[in-house]
Design a protein around this ligand. Structure first.
Ligand code: ZN
Length: 173
């Protein structure tokens, strides 16, 4: 059944929802996570949040290096930023064709739970810290286009309209 799970795209309303905490750490959560890693690799992403496969729960995955041993799962994450910030390019698997300069905290500490529900903490700077902030936004229903200035948003207006038309076509009764 999880084989039918797909990445969903803007403007699917599930991407705008606030996701709920994970309360049960069971086999179905493991299977969901495994399927998300498959999808993330297929689409060559470095991170993927559960809402992006239509599941509004507070969980995301990341692999910032491409090595299998660097697969990471973060459940019910909480972020604590460092003092410095940095600009960097971000894309999103739910917004194909769009890249934007985003100002993010350079360093971040994350507190989360693993697949067994065990709490852990991790501090990173640079790309992993950026991915955490991007994926955390997904759990709160925020996309990079919501953080863009008017000029940047204007520049990708055509791509957004195409995505909106595709969505309407797919969801026609
Ligand atoms: Zn994204």
């Amino acid at each position: 059944m999880l084989d039918t799970l797909r990445i969903i795209f803007y403007p699917d309303p599930r991407l705008k929802q606030m996701s709920s905490p994970v309360q049960v750490f069971d086999q179905s959560l493991r299977e969901l996570t495994a399927r998300m890693f498959e999808l993330m690799r297929e689409h060559r992403g470095v991170g993927l949040a559960a809402p992006q496969v239509g599941k509004n729960i507070r969980m995301f995955i990341m692999n910032a290096t491409g090595k299998p041993e660097d697969d990471k799962v973060y459940i019910n994450p909480v972020l604590t930023p460092g003092d410095d910030s940095a600009e960097g390019d971000e894309g999103c698997l739910s917004l194909p064709g769009i890249t934007a300069q985003m100002l993010r905290a350079h360093q971040m500490t994350i507190s989360a739970q693993d697949l067994d529900g065990k709490p852990f903490q991790q501090t990173e700077a640079g790309l992993p810290a950026r991915v955490w902030q991007h994926e955390m936004d997904h759990l709160n229903g925020t996309l990079i286009i919501d953080r863009m200035g008017p000029a940047a948003k204007m520049a990708c207006r055509r791509i957004l309209r195409e995505l909106e038309e595709k969505y309407e076509k797919r969801n026609k009764p």
